[in-house]
Design a protein around this ligand. Structure first.
Ligand SMILES: *[C@@H]1O[C@H](CO)[C@@H](O)[C@H](O)[C@H]1NC(C)=O
Ligand SMILES: *[C@@H]1O[C@H](CO)[C@@H](O)[C@H](O)[C@H]1NC(C)=O
Ligand SMILES: *[C@@H]1O[C@H](CO)[C@@H](O)[C@H](O)[C@H]1NC(C)=O
Ligand SMILES: *[C@@H]1O[C@H](CO)[C@@H](O)[C@H](O)[C@H]1NC(C)=O
Ligand SMILES: *[C@@H]1O[C@H](CO)[C@@H](O)[C@H](O)[C@H]1NC(C)=O
Ligand SMILES: *[C@@H]1O[C@H](CO)[C@@H](O)[C@H](O)[C@H]1NC(C)=O
Ligand SMILES: *[C@@H]1O[C@H](CO)[C@@H](O)[C@H](O)[C@H]1NC(C)=O
Ligand SMILES: *[C@@H]1O[C@H](CO)[C@@H](O)[C@H](O)[C@H]1NC(C)=O
Ligand SMILES: *[C@@H]1O[C@H](CO)[C@@H](O)[C@H](O)[C@H]1NC(C)=O
Ligand SMILES: *[C@@H]1O[C@H](CO)[C@@H](O)[C@H](O)[C@H]1NC(C)=O
Ligand SMILES: *[C@@H]1O[C@H](CO)[C@@H](O)[C@H](O)[C@H]1NC(C)=O
Length: 287
């Protein structure tokens, strides 16, 4: 039997005594919840210290605590803190989890005999707000189904329609708004929208709201009506203005004809005043 090299022996001994566990993890939390993030599940009896290096959207910060309380740091000024469970295990506490807390959380927790180090990729999930309605595109009816501000993006399909396209219409800060539109020819009478999200154990269904459609149609009609009335008013106003201006010019002509002897300064004043009174008269017609 070959003698075991001493270096190998030392290495084996050392790794038995001091084991470094390094791993990547991924954790997903719901927006608005109070989050507990554990580095190790060892208790303060064994742990020497805990360091959290946190890189979130805007900045990096560090939270650390050592068993003797000497190296206590918290440069995250956003409510995150190190807490203990009832069985004296340390954990990182993130109150009211928000999209701003998404990022990479690196922790280091050495104990007598080793260290646990983790890179934890923290992200969030949030259920979308859903709605479905019928609307008009020109004179065509369109069924719309929408899932607002979800993460991950919701899945939309229609029953009984097939081959429908779903579009991500807005994406910001990790929130996705998705929408599917079906034009009138494509959908049957009892159209149902089916929306799925990983936070729901079951798909949700919506029937495009016909009352909403009525309201939309009424609004559409009212808008059209208002537009027509507006155009008529503008034409009318233009016409009245034109007529008044014409008679005003006529009056001015007469005035200049009859008052040639007057000095030009007073003439100027008189030229403004009748015009003002005309404007007022125009307004009073509409008031
Ligand atoms: C501590 O975590 C390890 C894995 O990380 C697990 O095997 C063990 O059961 C946990 N112990 C307790 C007390 O939760
Ligand atoms: C992050 O930065 C954006 C602008 O870059 C700012 O509007 C927002 O308030 C910041 N959020 C935090 C938590 O500092
Ligand atoms: C957690 O427990 C340790 C060790 O018992 C103690 O020093 C520390 O003050 C505790 N921290 C909190 C936030 O309670
Ligand atoms: C959690 O945060 C959101 C937005 O940042 C805020 O509207 C809400 O009031 C907060 N909830 C609690 C319990 O602090
Ligand atoms: C976290 O994981 C997501 C997807 O799994 C990836 O897109 C993202 O880049 C990761 N973030 C970090 C900080 O590693
Ligand atoms: C955390 O950051 C400090 C200082 O930047 C560094 O010394 C330490 O190794 C880092 N720890 C981890 C787990 O990334
Ligand atoms: C209306 O229909 C036309 C063609 O059919 C399409 O290009 C347009 O995007 C539609 N508009 C809306 C708001 O759906
Ligand atoms: C859906 O698309 C497939 C392939 O693109 C096609 O064979 C099928 O006929 C389409 N179904 C409908 C209802 O349009
Ligand atoms: C639509 O639904 C109504 C009531 O649920 C039902 O009576 C009718 O048969 C359905 N029509 C079709 C085409 O499925
Ligand atoms: C939800 O709907 C999708 C299609 O949109 C389907 O593949 C999936 O099986 C449905 N899930 C449940 C739980 O009904
Ligand atoms: C639609 O309106 C009618 C009466 O205006 C009401 O009874 C009905 O519940 C409404 N339906 C929906 C889906 O809101």
């Amino acid at each position: 039997m070959r003698p075991i090299p001493w270096i190998f022996t030392v290495t084996v001994l050392f790794s038995v005594v001091w084991s470094v566990e390094q791993a990547n993890r991924k954790e997903v939390f719901n927006i608005g919840t109070n989050v507990i993030l554990m580095c190790s599940n060892k208790t303060w009896n064994e742990i020497l210290y805990v360091i959290w290096n946190i890189t979130i959207r805007n900045h990096s910060c560090m939270i650390s605590f050592s068993n003797d309380g000497a190296d206590s740091v918290n440069s995250c000024k956003d409510g995150k803190s190190l807490q203990n469970t009832s069985s004296a295990q340390p954990y990182l506490y993130i109150p009211n989890f928000s999209a701003d807390d998404v990022g990479l959380y690196m922790c280091e927790s050495p104990y007598n005999g080793g260290s646990e180090n983790y890179n934890i990729n923290v992200s969030f999930t949030v259920a979308p707000k859903i709605s479905a309605w019928l609307e008009y595109n020109g004179s065509k009816r369109v069924a719309v189904c929408r899932a607002d501000q979800g993460n991950p993006a919701a899945k939309i399909s229609w029953s009984p329609a097939e081959n429908t396209s779903v579009e991500i219409i807005h994406e910001a800060d990790g929130f996705f708004t998705v929408e599917s539109r079906l034009s009138e020819e494509e959908y049957p009478e009892n159209l149902t929208c089916i929306i799925g999200h990983q936070l729901w154990s079951q798909n949700k269904t919506l029937v495009p709201d016909r009352n909403k459609t009525m309201a939309a149609a009424k609004a559409h009609l009212a808008l059209t009506y208002a537009g027509v009335v507006g155009v008529v008013l503008v034409i009318l106003a233009g016409f009245v203005y034109f007529v008044l201006k014409k008679s005003h010019l006529f009056a001015l002509c007469q005035q200049t004809n009859t008052s040639t002897s007057k000095p030009p300064v007073t003439d100027d004043v008189e030229e403004v005043e009748p015009y003002a009174s005309y404007v007022q008269r125009v307004n009073s017609i509409y008031n």
